[in-house]
Design a protein around this ligand. Structure first.
Ligand SMILES: [Zn+2]
Length: 334
């Protein structure tokens, strides 16, 4: 999977060079021919294309949500269906955009300006996608789907350029050829999403403790497609509505101690990740954390770091206070 991504990246380099070189050469060429309209259109699209395409891609996010839900519930069939629909929508937008740009640049072309117009349009059509895919990249191969789609789109566009020069291809014909390439992208995207998901499922079965976390990761991988720039904290599996009672509260950073109202109660769980706070040391239990002033809610240090900005907590340092609470007086830590 990683190797495949590496090969894709390596293959993308000649395309990238063509992109830059083609842009410069065709830009100058068009300027010499006095094709200012085509140049202006290209620059205009450079400025607004990513924004417009991001809006056009919003419905794919709506489809990604049920896909994530199915992943969470372990419904592979649903995951594949919604995931494929989401990918299909994105790839259809890629096809329409690229063929639309091609048409826009070719329709007014003369025999002289056809070739520079075609090369110029290559950058206009594929540039925004390459840019969005580059923003998608992550250490776990998160941007794989978009890298793959961009690569195939660039390849398809080159093939169509040759067809336009060498054959009397129609717009509809171009859409069919481009769509064919995108269909390959779809099949590969869905296959890889399923492979990643199955791998996660296997890992999860090996370690029950990682259960929730594993699903969340698999879901994140599946949703890593065009237009979703970064995974936000909203996606974090630990968030289950704590905003309702923990937003902006004052937290006390202190050693864990028993709640005076529950003398029988010897442990608590982190409000976010369920990590265990316990008076008894060992078995991975925590002895320090952040508690609300009534010491009813406890938050582990890791979750505190993850969410402190989001929740805007005020913190009082009381790590030196090791006194048990009044009801627990005389109790010793063992
Ligand atoms: Zn925690």
């Amino acid at each position: 999977m990683k190797a495949f991504l590496g090969v894709l990246t390596a293959l993308s380099i000649p395309l990238l060079i063509l992109n830059m070189l083609g842009g410069i050469v065709s830009g100058i060429w068009l300027a010499i021919l006095g094709e200012w309209g085509a140049i202006g259109l290209g620059i205009l699209s450079l400025a607004f294309a990513t924004f417009l395409l991001a809006i056009a891609l919003i419905p794919s996010l709506l489809l990604a949500a049920p896909a994530a839900y199915c992943a969470e519930k372990g419904k592979t069939f649903g995951l594949v269906c919604f995931g494929a629909l989401s990918s299909l929508y994105i790839l259809a937008i890629v096809t329409l955009w690229c063929c639309g740009i091609l048409f826009l640049f070719v329709k007014d072309a003369t025999a002289n300006s056809l070739i520079p117009r075609l090369i110029w349009s290559y950058g206009v059509a594929t540039g925004p996608w390459a840019y969005m895919a580059s923003k998608d990249q992550g250490p776990q191969g998160e941007g794989f789907a978009s890298t793959l789609a961009t690569f195939l789109a660039e390849l398809a566009y080159l093939v169509i350029l040759l067809l336009v020069i060498l054959t009397p291809i129609t717009l509809f014909g171009a859409i069919k050829v481009f769509g064919g390439f995108m269909l390959v992208a779809l099949v590969l995207q869905v296959s890889f999403a399923v492979i990643i998901y199955k791998e996660w499922k296997r890992v999860v079965h090996q370690s029950d403790e990682l259960d929730q976390y594993g699903w969340a990761e698999a879901t994140g991988q599946q949703a890593a497609t065009f237009g979703e720039d970064e995974t936000t904290v909203e996606d974090d599996w630990r968030l289950t509505g704590q905003e309702d009672y923990l937003n902006g509260v004052t937290l006390i950073h202190r050693k864990y101690r028993q709640n005076k109202d529950n003398p029988e109660w010897d442990h608590d769980h982190c409000e976010f990740c369920m990590a265990k706070f316990c008076l008894r040391v060992g078995e991975g239990s925590l002895q320090e954390g952040y508690a609300t002033e009534d010491e009813y809610y406890w938050i582990c240090c890791e979750c505190f770091d993850s969410f402190k900005d989001r929740f805007g907590w005020k913190v009082i340092e009381r790590m030196d206070d090791t006194e048990p609470r009044s009801a627990g007086e005389g109790q010793t830590r063992t």
